[in-house]
Design a protein around this ligand. Structure first.
Ligand SMILES: NC(=O)c1ccc[n+]([C@@H]2O[C@H](COP(=O)([O-])OP(=O)(O)OC[C@H]3O[C@@H](n4cnc5c(N)ncnc54)[C@H](OP(=O)(O)O)[C@@H]3O)[C@@H](O)[C@H]2O)c1
Length: 222
């Protein structure tokens, strides 16, 4: 698995397996286990997905050493703020049955996300999280966060795919070494993305499918 280096030196797998909307516990456990067997080493969950316990169970069942798996989770908007984020984080660790998180993200830029960030900076310094970041932050919100705190987010997880390339946001992020972590890299299967003629033509030159072309473009966009 190719890795990318985050702005604090942490290595993150370039390709991840997300479990948004996989709410059935047995199904989530089975598909995460299958993903790990296939070779995925980044699993992306969130408190609001309701499946952290299943992800943790699959990680243990896989028999793969904890330090070989990169797991990310997110604090939801109801838990914005310093105290609530600390509580939510403890719950996340308990659900995942792990001592630390590789990446912890603010899920949405709503409510007291400054309080959340202070809590996350503290958890990072205590070694309970290896990297911290945000999701769905546009440049103005990112600037607000960067100007108000010491630690610059390592990633911004944002909708990013061929129909929504986030050029302005990526240019802004590059100035601060913030990596784009694409959500919905396949545009959630919309607009015929898997039979898109441009992607199919590019893939034709290299013997790749449109999905493989998208992932390669995501990887080079960083
Ligand atoms: N931070 C956030 O706010 C946020 C928001 C949304 C998502 N996310 C994260 O990003 C992850 C991925 O996003 P997503 O699941 O919404 O969107 P996605 O990965 O763009 O799309 C998933 C859809 O694409 C289809 N698909 C995938 N590979 C395919 C292939 N090779 N051929 C045909 N169809 C294919 C899947 O079909 P099947 O169902 O048939 O497999 C599924 O319907 C989530 O699981 C979550 O971890 C984060």
């Amino acid at each position: 698995m190719e890795m990318i280096q985050l702005n604090n030196g942490v290595q993150m797998p370039q390709l991840g397996f997300g479990v948004f909307q996989v709410t059935d516990e047995a199904q989530c456990r089975a598909c995460v286990l299958e993903a790990l067997k296939t070779g995925y080493r980044l699993i992306d969950t969130a408190a609001c997905y309701g499946n952290e316990r299943a992800v943790g169970a699959a990680m243990r069942e896989s028999g793969i050493a904890r330090e070989e798996i990169f797991v990310s989770s997110k604090v939801w908007i109801q838990d914005a703020g310093y105290e609530a984020t600390l509580r939510s984080f403890e719950k996340t660790l308990e659900n995942l049955q792990t001592e630390y998180l590789d990446l912890y993200l603010i899920h949405m830029p709503y409510g007291d996300y400054h309080g959340s960030w202070r809590a996350m900076e503290e958890l990072l310094r205590e070694g309970k999280i290896r990297a911290i970041g945000v999701c769905n932050f546009l440049p103005d919100r990112l600037a607000d966060l960067i100007l108000s705190h010491e630690i610059v987010p390592a990633v911004n997880q944002m909708e990013c795919h061929p129909f929504c390339q986030q050029k302005e946001l990526r240019a802004f992020q590059e100035r601060y070494g913030i990596k784009m972590m694409a959500w919905a890299p396949f545009a959630e299967g919309r607009e015929g993305i898997f039979v898109n003629p441009v992607l199919a033509e590019i893939g034709g030159y290299f013997g790749k499918t449109p999905a493989q072309v998208i992932l390669r473009c995501c990887a080079s966009a960083g």
